[in-house]
Design a protein around this ligand. Structure first.
Ligand code: 9MJ
Length: 670
């Protein structure tokens, strides 16, 4: 090869590798296998070694690691984002209207009726007409920052177009994928060999939670606005939902045109029927309609319950059903060995989504319904939930088919199946069962547990089946060379897994407890345990009674905890994890890093009911917050107790979010 030829080849390789790097790290959507990438990479390395003058600083061989990824920091909503109570029947709607009439002491109530989009609720904050922040609903008080992604939604204005706009406005709406966009996206996913999304809602949610706005930008997301939260710097009163929708449009925001002003329950129900008729022709997916009392002074008079307003209700469409045949019944093995029967179905469309599996919950439920292979069944899907079998069409049962015989041996390992007092059937194999091994590894590595990126299903399956990784502690002895030899792996993937494993060694006690996969212990319980005991030693030394002293831990969970920690095998896995370097800060010491309060400037005002101002101040500072005496533009939140006084008015004027004591307590407990 001449120098000229080498120069040309190096240029091609550099460009090609840069492209595939971007696909892999940034788009999370590789086009070529790791092995192919490694081959190209090594070809380039060899050429650059032979001709050092061709090695440039921006060559892929000179780059270390992947681009940094943003995260979804917390955003406190200036006004809570409400959710809606549900109505399922006409009489539920009549009851709703009756309650409204009685409370207001009037009849013939005007309502605004709107289609209820099946998307993702969002709050978008404009300051002086410019989009400054967008957040998901979260728990209603605090959501996740998705500004970069919302900015890519083509129908979402970055700047309000009206001549006069409020100083601050939080616009509330729904991000969704139109039906056509959903089909287009899924066709693209499939063409690229990626998994199709089950429904438009999932697709919209997945798109909005992309770490790279470039990906979100490629998704055909849309927005409809239907409400407001905080408004500041705006003198004109808003009198009704009808006026609000008109005003939002005038500001340049997209508003669904299919709303209508109706009167009384009768008007609501007529609207419902009309929309139900038009549903399949609408360009967007809906799961019902919403009725809102039109006048805002009536809304204020009615007030809001814990999470949802008394002045609105979501009238949901009935779940959709379809008939299909049961091809097979499979028994899946969970991480704790629980066996779940699942019906494998002749694929069928249910409400616009293809369904091929339905859960049968547990052996008792399966026996009660007597679902058999070959049966014709009614499959039901309501909104987001996992499809289920609503019933068997007995008249269509073929002759001679037998009831399903629930296995007495685990289908994955052959160990005996134990039937516990309740309804659960469990494989007795423990970690000798490859299916349980796989599931416990999957759980351990999952995002909310130790978050080991790159340790995917395929790799877990190979590691577990080869017997290389039996307990989760074995993960930490994996080497680069060893990992790179597994199917679909390469040096790059091996490095990624090792890097994530190294990162996972530093964790929190709550995550660690959750990751252990103790039966009955979910994230919330793990957190409560971590807070109560502070560290692992006192927790492992506790007895049932001591566990019961933890908030929300009852006898069942206490028993499960004691059984788990009494088991010698579990203790040895925990010891091995610690020897491998897995560690955390004792809980009381968690202070200034991360957390919703780190680096925030807050102002306290009013009387707090379960701590003094000084105590609150110390607790806030311990979590990295700065506590200021007065409200300014730099203030992130005002925390208001009883009788708060002028600081809250000042906050509203500046558009600074005001949160209550319950929110403060939640943050302090985080
Ligand atoms: C949807 N999902 O289309 C509301 N919604 O109002 C409409 N949601 C809502 N309104 C108050 N049209 C809380 C939620």
């Amino acid at each position: 090869m001449t120098l000229a030829e080498a120069r040309e080849r190096v240029a091609v390789l550099q460009r090609t590798l840069a492209y595939h790097n971007h696909r892999y790290y940034v788009q999370d959507d590789p086009e070529i296998s790791d092995a192919e990438y490694d081959r190209l990479f090594h070809e380039l390395l060899a050429l650059e070694e032979r001709y050092p003058e061709l090695r440039s600083p921006d060559s892929p061989t000179q780059r270390v690691g992947a681009p940094a990824r943003a995260d979804f920091g917390p955003v406190a909503h200036g006004q809570p984002m409400l959710s809606l109570a549900n109505a399922f029947t006409e009489s539920d709607v009549e009851d709703f209207d009756k309650r409204v009439r009685e409370r207001l002491g009037r009849s013939a109530i005007p309502y605004v009726a709107e289609p209820k989009l099946d998307g993702l609720a969002i709050s978008i904050r404009y300051e002086d007409g410019r989009l400054v922040q967008a957040a998901t609903r979260g728990d209603g008080a605090v959501g996740e920052d998705v500004t970069g992604n919302v900015r890519t939604i083509r129908t979402c204005p970055l700047k309000l177009t009206a001549r006069r706009v409020p100083g601050v406005i939080e616009v509330r709406g729904e991000v969704y994928l139109p039906k056509a966009g959903f089909q287009e996206l899924n066709a693209r996913q499939e063409a690229q060999g990626l998994k199709a999304f089950a429904n438009p809602r999932n697709a919209a949610a997945g798109s909005l939670r992309q770490l790279d706005p470039a990906i979100t930008a490629g998704r055909p997301l849309r927005l409809f606005c239907y409400g407001v939260g905080l408004i500041a710097g705006w003198e004109e009163p808003l009198v009704s939902q009808e006026a609000l929708l008109t005003w939002l449009r005038a500001l340049g925001l997209p508003v669904n045109p299919d709303w209508s002003l109706v009167t009384g329950a009768e008007g609501c129900l007529a609207y419902y029927r009309e929309i139900a008729d038009r549903r399949k022709d609408l360009p967007y997916e809906i799961d019902g309609v919403v009725y809102k009392v039109n006048h805002f002074d009536d809304q204020r008079a009615l007030g809001t319950l814990a999470r949802s307003p008394r002045w609105a209700v979501a009238h949901k469409f009935a779940p959709e059903e379809a008939l299909t045949q049961v091809r097979a019944i499979e028994v899946q093995v969970g991480r704790t060995g629980a066996l779940t029967p699942v019906a494998v179905l002749e694929p069928v469309m249910v409400g616009g989504v293809t369904v091929s599996h339905a859960t049968l919950h547990n052996p008792e439920e399966l026996a009660r319904r007597d679902v058999r292979v070959g049966d014709t069944v009614r499959v039901r899907r309501a909104g987001d939930v996992i499809p289920e079998i609503a019933g068997v069409v007995r008249e269509q049962r073929p002759e001679g088919i037998r009831p399903f015989a629930f296995p007495t041996q685990c289908p994955a390992c052959g160990a005996p199946v134990l039937r516990e007092e309740g309804v659960v059937a469990r494989c007795a194999g423990g970690l000798a069962c490859p299916a349980q091994r796989r599931q416990s590894l999957r759980h351990f590595a999952s995002r909310r547990a130790l978050d080991i990126e790159g340790l995917g299903d395929k790799l877990i399956e190979q590691l577990a089946d080869a017997g290389r990784v039996v307990t989760v502690a074995d993960l930490y002895s994996l080497t680069r060379d060893e990992l790179a030899r597994y199917e679909r792996m390469g040096e790059r993937s091996a490095d990624r897994v090792l890097k994530s494993l190294a990162r996972s060694r530093t964790t929190t006690l709550a995550r660690f407890l959750y990751a252990l996969g103790i039966p009955e212990v979910g994230e919330a319980t793990a957190l409560a345990l971590a807070r109560h005991f502070g560290d692992l030693e006192p927790l492992m030394a506790a007895d049932e009674e001591a566990f019961m002293a933890v908030p929300d831990v009852g006898p069942v969970v206490a028993r499960a905890l004691q059984t788990f920690f009494a088991e010698a095998h579990n203790r040895s896995v925990i010891a091995a994890l610690r020897r491998a370097g897995v560690h955390w800060e004792p809980v009381a010491a968690i202070a200034t890093q991360g957390g919703p309060l780190a680096g925030k400037t807050v102002v306290l005002t009013g009387v707090l009911s379960d701590m003094t101002r000084e105590e609150a101040k110390a607790a806030l500072q311990a979590r990295g917050a700065k506590v200021a005496a007065s409200v300014s533009r730099q203030t992130d939140f005002v925390i208001a107790g009883r009788d708060p006084g002028g600081k809250v008015d000042k906050a509203r004027e500046w558009g600074v979010p005001v949160v209550d004591e319950a929110r403060l307590r939640a943050w302090l407990n985080e």
